[in-house]
Ligand binder design. Structure first.
Ligand code: C2O
Ligand code: CU
Length: 552
């Protein structure tokens, strides 16, 4: 195992993710940020300088559990202070497990501003994957707005709230088309065909393959909002990995990818080599106002400029929830994977509702909308600074009798910054309970992501979770992952072991939802945390403490 040294500068940059120029947050002049590639067991030593001039920044390593390094998790107000403009921070952590991951900003709406990239961990030296392939490709999915992320933040926190709306463009490896279409000659749309020389920043991403080989395609989604469906024209996919864990392989024509998910699929280049094929990503779960993103699967030696001769693959309708549920239910762990403990010590039932606070639109969990404190929890809990956040823990469940199928009779909630303190090494069940939003007959998809752990997705259900539903949990082969989706008007249950000392976010991965309070904070074994670097907590009340102690 090696220590890999990286030096990053984070900075705004003019760029054209689609055919309109905008401003992105770039890393070392690249958008998306550089792909990190390491081997399991390596340590990343990443020196990050914030050159955003007027804005703090942090970066979260999504899917990396940060065992023993909770201060490197990159969550502003939770694991560290935002890195001030002009200042630097060293992220040093071990990538202990092979898999497909990504990284992204975790402050304000910086994911929507384009602060993300891929993080790929290969198996350790001399080790082998549990499946074989000849070549590898990788795509990172995202969504893009023409309105800047700062304006989006103001819009979201206005009274009445101005919703950010659907993205203008979906991006594959940072590339999409807005005003023109690559597939104009197939569709009945009015979009003009793109006139591309091929070197434009928004030219489609080209996946180069040789005929008659098996490829591993790594897929991750850092979208701020969109749930996606991915398909490769004329090719079937075999799903083998989800969020860094092996799954029982199964074949699919198309796969759903929610924000925060990552997958590996295998496919065989068994089609006519004199053509190219489309890879497409389309919107799921929200009535789409955004055309599909397209990339080109280029069979060598055919020229990549030969557009595919067949139309882009068809995806299920945006509101075909039965097909999305069927897909999610198909994801099970590979035999031999870690099995969940048989019984939990504690069960939380987290009711997700859309609410108002003094006329501001919010998302709330058990009627509390998360507001992050100025002092990072990791520091204030470790050093017993009791006035840094709400002393009272949020409730383990919402009051009984809430009708999840209807808008709330009283849609008002309150702000809160309390944490769920989990007993170290205990087994925790969390039932994520979806409900009707503010409007009649609206309930949305929410992909929930847990920091610092993987969880077993032990059950899905419709309507209100009932005590007896726990008897039906799948403890035999539940998938082990870090992101799980809740479907409209349904619930999803996950189980995990609170064995990683630190303070960890658990939240909806839709960035504006998190921004509006849709998350909770877990703390476990913080007294065991050793070696928090001063720079991680040199703000707020822990900053004052360090000054008093003369350590700053
Ligand atoms: Cu990828 Cu807290 O998120
Ligand atoms: Cu959400």
């Amino acid at each position: 195992a090696k220590v890999r040294h990286l030096k990053w500068e984070v900075e705004y940059m003019h760029w054209s993710p689609d055919d309109q120029e905008g401003v992105v947050i770039a890393i070392n002049g690249q958008f998306p940020g550089p792909t990190i590639r390491a081997r399991a067991g390596d340590t990343l030593h990443l020196h990050l300088t914030n050159k955003l001039h007027t804005e703090g920044v942090v970066i979260h390593w999504h899917g990396i559990r940060q065992i023993g390094t909770p201060w490197a998790d990159g969550t502003a107000s939770i694991s560290q202070c935002a890195i001030n403009p002009g200042e630097a921070f060293v992220y040093r952590f071990k990538v202990d497990r092979a898999g497909t991951y990504f990284y992204h900003g975790h402050y304000g709406m910086q994911r929507s501003a384009g602060l993300y990239g891929s993080l790929i961990v290969d198996v350790g030296e001399g080790e082998k994957e549990k499946f074989e392939y000849d070549g590898e490709l990788s795509i990172l999915l995202s969504d893009w707005w023409h309105k800047g992320s700062r304006e989006q933040e103001v819009d979201l926190s206005s009274k009445p709230m101005r919703w950010i709306g659907e993205p203008q463009t979906l991006l594959i490896n940072g590339r999409g088309q807005f005003n023109c279409s690559l597939a104009a000659h197939f569709s009945n749309s009015t979009a003009a065909p793109c006139k591309l020389r091929g070197n434009e920043q928004y030219a489609p991403y080209i996946l180069k393959v040789h005929p008659n080989k098996t490829y591993r395609l790594r897929i991750a989604s850092s979208t701020a909002l969109a749930s996606l469906n991915l398909a490769i024209g004329n090719h079937k996919m075999r799903v083998v990995e989800a969020d860094g864990n092996y799954v029982k392989p199964f074949t699919a024509d198309n796969i759903d990818v929610y924000s925060g998910d990552s997958y590996s699929v295998l496919f065989r280049t068994d089609q006519s080599p004199s053509h190219n094929y489309w890879l497409s990503a389309t919107v799921r779960g929200r009535e789409p106002h955004t055309p599909p993103a397209l990339a080109i699967l280029n069979y060598l030696p055919t020229s990549p400029s030969h557009l595919p001769t067949s139309p882009p693959p068809t995806s299920p309708r945006w509101d075909d929830y039965p097909s999305s549920k069927a897909f999610s239910h198909q994801i099970l762990s590979l035999p031999g994977s870690p099995a969940p403990p048989k019984t939990p010590h504690r069960r939380l039932i987290l009711l997700n509702t859309q609410t108002y606070i003094n006329g501001y639109t919010k998302w709330s969990i058990n009627n509390i909308s998360l507001t992050l404190p100025t002092t990072p929890y990791l520091g204030s809990i470790k050093y017993n600074i009791t006035n840094a956040f709400d002393a009272k823990s949020p409730p383990d469940r919402a009051p009984p009798g809430y009708n999840v199928m209807r808008p709330a009779p009283n849609p008002n909630s309150t702000y809160g910054s309390g944490v769920y303190v989990l007993e170290f090494n205990s087994t925790v069940d969390v039932v994520l309970q979806n409900a009707n939003a503010l409007k009649d007959n609206v309930s949305e998809i929410h992909p929930w992501h847990l920091h610092g752990h993987d969880f077993w997705v032990v059950g899905y259900g419709e309507g209100e979770f009932k005590e007896g539903d726990a008897a039906g949990f799948n403890l035999r082969d539940p998938p082990y992952r870090n992101t799980a989706v809740i479907f409209p008007y349904g619930w999803t249950a996950v189980r995990f072991v609170a064995d990683n000392p630190g303070v960890w976010a658990f939240h909806c991965h839709i960035e504006p939802h998190l921004h509006l309070g849709m998350g909770v904070v877990f703390a476990e074994g913080v007294e065991r945390v050793r070696g928090i670097p001063n720079e991680a907590i040199a703000c707020g009340l822990t900053g004052k403490m360090l000054m008093r102690n003369g350590t700053r």
